[in-house]
Design a protein around this ligand. Sequence first.
Ligand code: HPA
Length: 249
Amino acid sequence: MSIDLAIIGGTGLYQLEGFESAESIDADTPFGPTSAPIRCGRLGQITVAFLARHGEGHQHLPHRINYRANVWALHAAGARSVVAVNAVGGIAKNCPPRQLVVPDQIIDYSYDRISSFCDRPGEPVQHVDFTDPYSASLRADLLAAAASCDVSVADGGVYGCTQGPRLETRAEVARMGRDGCAIVGMTGMPEAVLARELELNYACLAAVANWGAGCSEQAEITMDEILAHLEAAYQDAHKVLSALVDSWG
Ligand code: HPA
C-alpha cells in the first residue's frame, strides 16, 4: 500500500474522524516496537497511515516513547509526509487554550532521549541540517488547509520541548518565554529530527491545551482542564486535517 500522508496523533487524539483503517501494521523495527499498530486506510481520496504516539490506550510516557521505532516504521511503510499533532501549553499571547499553532522552530530542553538513528555501533555519524526543523511546504499546506475551512491557526512560533512527564515550574516557563518559545510540549523532539534524518516532510499541528505554568492567573493546571480544551481544539484540528486531505485528493 502506498501512503500519501502519515498522521501521528498526540494526547487525546487516538483516531481520525472519517477514517476507517483497512490494514494494521504491527511494526517491529530494528529499534523495537512502535507505540501502537500503524492503521492504514483511506481518508477522502488519499491513503493515510495513523499512529497514536502515546499508544492507543495512552500508555507511553513522553520520555519513554520509542520515537525511533515510530518514525522508522512510518517511513518503512512508505510514508514520505508526516503531520505530527501535539498537545501543548501556550506561552505567547497569541497561543491561548484551544488555539491551533503550526510552529516553525524548536528549542529542545529534553534530555536522555535517543535522538538519532546513527546511535548504533558501526553506524556512520551524520550531522543533519536542522536550521529549519519543519518542512516549509507541508507547513504551507497546513496553513492553506486551515484558511480554506476558516479555522484560526497561529502561523509560526517556537516549540519548546521539555522532558516531562511533569508539567513545568513557573520559572521554567518564564525562561522559555525569554528564550522566545511560543508553546511548550513534551513530544516534539526527537521526533522532528528523526524525521529529518529520514528526509521525511514533517510538520507539526499543535493544539493548545492550557496556559503554560504561570502564564495565567490560575494557581494550578489540571488534567481535566487540559482534556476539555484539547477536545475543543481537536474539533478544529480534524477540520484542518480533512481540508488538507481534500487539497491533496
Ligand atoms: N507543558 C508541557 N506539555 C504540555 C503542556 C504544558 O503545559 N500542556 C500540554 N502538554
